[in-house]
Design a protein around this ligand. Structure first.
Ligand SMILES: [Zn+2]
Length: 174
């Protein structure tokens, strides 16, 4: 199961430490990917500052790394109707797709507390999965590891997902 990796705080020479879960080779990080994960998390924290969350007072930020290296950020955008609220992860995805990107490597997500994990909701897991089960999901590791992050995959967060393969074959593409 491709889960999960703990990336320790940025300490020169310190290697990422795997957690107790089994790692697949492609999830063993290098210092470069560790730095990239931490940088993406910083972008998510910056995006959180723009959250429009007057009802929940639960600001969330996300930073999405596209395959070409572009980072798209997002925040939650609430609405008085509640149901029309859009989460930070989906804001980032919709921004990216509307600008021509559909291939992504990773998304970092942070809630109100810098060092607490913030799990994507079910709706966001579904939307993220549309763009790849192998996309990495990065979130803070927890208060026990300030500055650290944990990484998993979208596929691990949504096993048995409903996706395009679940639909009957169609003629032509939309
Ligand atoms: Zn969500």
């Amino acid at each position: 199961m491709p889960l999960c990796l703990r990336v320790s705080p940025c300490v020169p020479g310190r290697r990422a430490q795997p957690c107790e879960r089994t790692l697949t080779p492609e999830h063993v990080t290098t210092n470069d990917t560790q730095d990239q994960a931490l940088a993406l998390m910083e972008s998510a924290r910056a995006a959180r500052a723009h959250a429009y969350a007057p009802y929940s007072r639960f600001p969330v930020g996300a930073a999405l790394l596209a395959e070409d290296g572009t980072v798209f950020t997002g925040c939650n955008v609430e609405n008085a109707s509640y149901g029309l609220t859009n989460c930070a992860e989906r804001t980032a995805i919709f921004k990216a797709v509307s600008e021509g990107r559909t291939a992504f490597r990773a998304i970092a997500v942070v809630g109100p507390e810098d060092d607490l994990p913030c799990a994507p909701c079910g709706a966001c897991r579904q939307v993220l999965h549309e763009f790849g089960a192998e996309m990495l999901l990065i979130t803070p590791a927890g208060a026990h590891d300030p500055g650290g992050v944990v990484t998993t995959t979208v596929g691990a967060l949504l096993p048995g997902a409903f996706d395009g393969a679940s639909l009957p074959a169609r003629g032509g593409d939309a």
